[in-house]
Design a protein around this ligand. Sequence first.
Ligand SMILES: Cc1cc2nc3c(=O)[nH]c(=O)nc-3n(C[C@H](O)[C@H](O)[C@H](O)COP(=O)(O)OP(=O)(O)OC[C@H]3O[C@@H](n4cnc5c(N)ncnc54)[C@H](O)[C@@H]3O)c2cc1C
Length: 498
Amino acid sequence: MADDPAEPPGLDVELAASDDVRAVAGYRVALQPTRSQVRRSAPAAGKSYDSNYGGDDNGGSDLQRSTASLSNFWNQGVADFAPVKRPLRSGYDVVVVGAGFSGLAVASGLARSGLSVLVLEEKTVGYGASSRNGGMVGPSFHELGMVGLTRKYGEEKARSIMRAGIEALDYCQDLFSSEGFDCAFRMTGRFRGARSEAHLRSMIAECKRLNASVGLPYEVVEPSDLHHHTGSRAYKGGVVYPRDGGLHPKRLVNSLASRAEAAGAHIQANTPVMGIMRDGKGFQVAIPSAVLAARHVVVATNGYSDRRVSVMNDRVVPIDVTVSATRPLGEERVRAMSPRFHMHGESGRIFIWSRPTPDHTRFIFGGRISNPSAPVHIQQQQIATAVRRLYPDLTAADFEQIWNGKIAYTTDHAPHLAQIDGIWLIGGYCGSGVTRSLYFADKLVRKMTGQPGSETAFDDLGFPHVPFRIFAPFGARMLTRYYAWLDRREFRKAGELG
Ligand SMILES: Cc1cc2nc3c(=O)[nH]c(=O)nc-3n(C[C@H](O)[C@H](O)[C@H](O)COP(=O)(O)OP(=O)(O)OC[C@H]3O[C@@H](n4cnc5c(N)ncnc54)[C@H](O)[C@@H]3O)c2cc1C
């Protein structure tokens, strides 16, 4: 299913990408078309699209006809969940806004507690990040690391925040096996490559701290052993995290939706919430055809929030992430790229993550590797330019499917559960929401129903407003460019390609 705008028509000029597009110190697209090529491309291009890596735009990369489509690999062979059709009632105990991992998991738990629950989803079930992500599962540690967290909150709090990552992973492993979810979940381990020797030293130091504080297992990968873990020659060494894995996110969405319906929740797709108003002790929830009464409202719209759910929108910054699946490469080639079929990440402020598909026939790459507002053929070039640093043998034509999604960043880099003006909020996972959303959903259900075990390490952090929210998406784009520039400068200084 193509869930994004149709691909714009390509141009009729044949030009091999490898002749014209070079990665220069990072991911900049430095294209040197000849004068005649510029002349030929100018009328159709008419517009330049900055890559998220700052520097140059696509130049003449749109000279090439695209072989990619704006479509999501995870939709291939997996139908959108079709909720059971039933009439809406005038009121519910709980209305949940958003049918992603968070909303669906909260709905199951609340319905199992005997509450009447309605999930309202503007588009299709799982339309947001939940069916667009990398499907990588792990403890999702706080971005500040042990040192940053200790500086900010003290050692005890830092340890409890990091421990929550392990608890979330344990919770999800139990959930997947006890519920028998058909979501291709495998504990494959994750390899994280160090882009410089300094990065390797600091990665190992952080692993030692996490091992001492919360018992995180890890294995150091020496440069001589890199070929056992990755086919990329971009790294100076790395670390393997055995307690990381992968799954098929859309199949997880569908499993969660089936479970919510089986528990008695009503899921209503294609029904946007237009506004939420306080009404005495409860709420009125406006949808296009009616105003529904709800004793409680849970907002689970994460990076897809807007003014209609301003209580969430004011607290998160949406950031666009690009994902691309290669054409079928065959298991041999995929094994050469990932000998142990690990999940893959790397050091650096702006980085690329990647993984084999669950059937090991293709590779998926993700990160801030293209400009999502650019036409697909330009995104294809930008992705190829970014990925060339890792796999110089992959050309633009290898990136067959491209899709984009929105993650939700918070000012303190932490996910949040909170009740604000009586409305429950769950989200702000900062790009690591597979395990966090399910763990938080369980905690939220416990809080709402007064069950024990509802505490989280994040409870006293509130859910801070984003200052100057209206400018935040622009600010985030500028910050991404700045970080990419810092990365390039750092690698240049170290005399490494990075
Ligand atoms: C490209 C990408 C890659 C990622 N990779 C990983 C990864 O590998 N591992 C990991 O742990 N995390 C990853 N994440 C993050 C993870 O996918 C998210 O944190 C998680 O899916 C959030 O789930 P959610 O249910 O909170 O929100 P979403 O899945 O975004 O769902 C929000 C839903 O709310 C709906 N909505 C919005 N407004 C309204 C309204 N007014 N009325 C009704 N419905 C509304 C939207 O349509 C949407 O379906 C990635 C995210 C992206 C975008």
